[in-house]
Design a protein around this ligand. Structure first.
Ligand code: CA
Length: 226
């Protein structure tokens, strides 16, 4: 696997680099958050080991930016703080998993190995979603309702991809604004509702009684298909 290590503590960074290189991985190490974002958005990696506490740019922010640029990248957060808040913040920022420092080398290698298996065993994220008699091709931006084919905007496809990917939970309006629109302070959450309403016109059998993109009261939206 191609692994990006982001860790400001030199001993740990070098130790991890040696360890993972010895295990046969192609490793790139970065000391700061900004250079990690540069590197991780420009080059392709399978996995990022990301320290939460970085001097220049917080690990959470690094995670958010990498996730936005590389939706299928696997991000494992390394945190010295074991608190629930940090863990949740990390996962909300798009981390896939976390490891609390100090961790055993064996534990880390086991996780990386498991990820490698997962990366090769599971196909890439689906580009075709099927729900409620509707076939949604996210790559071609096409929706086939049986009787007609309509076109999606890239933003609508992005919303569907995001909601489907996180189908185990509801996705909030502010999360969608941040992930799909990019951070824009001037946009209101109402923008999300209007876009979802348009999207429902295209994909739902009955837009007033949605089955694919559900409204979750007080939480946002959730995937309603299988
Ligand atoms: Ca650190």
């Amino acid at each position: 696997m191609r692994i990006l290590i982001v860790e400001d503590e030199r001993t740990l960074r070098e130790g991890l680099t040696d360890l993972l290189s010895a295990a046969g991985h192609d490793v790139v190490a970065r000391e700061g958050g900004r250079s990690a974002v540069d590197c991780g958005t420009r080059e392709a990696f399978d996995l990022v080991l990301l320290d939460l506490m970085l001097p220049d740019l917080d690990g959470i922010e690094v995670c958010r930016r990498l996730r936005r640029a590389r939706p299928s990248l696997y991000i494992l957060m390394l945190t010295a703080r074991g608190s629930e808040d940090d863990r949740v913040a990390g996962l909300e920022a798009g981390a896939d998993d976390y490891l609390t420092k100090p961790f055993a080398v064996r534990e880390l290698l086991a996780r990386v190995k498991a990820l490698g298996r997962r990366a090769t065993a599971t196909p890439a994220e689906p580009e075709i979603l099927e729900a409620d008699g509707c076939v949604i091709d996210l790559g071609r931006l096409e929706v086939d309702r049986g009787s007609e084919t309509v076109t999606l905007t890239p933003r609508e496809a992005g919303i569907l991809r995001w909601i489907h990917r996180h189908r185990a939970r509801a996705v909030s309006r502010s999360e969608l604004l941040e992930r799909i629109w990019g951070t824009s302070a001037d946009l209101q959450t109402r923008t999300v509702d209007m876009t979802i309403a348009n999207l429902r016109q295209k994909i739902e059998r009955d837009p007033t009684d949605p089955r694919i993109v559900l409204t979750v009261k007080g939480a946002g939206y959730a995937w309603g298909g299988q």
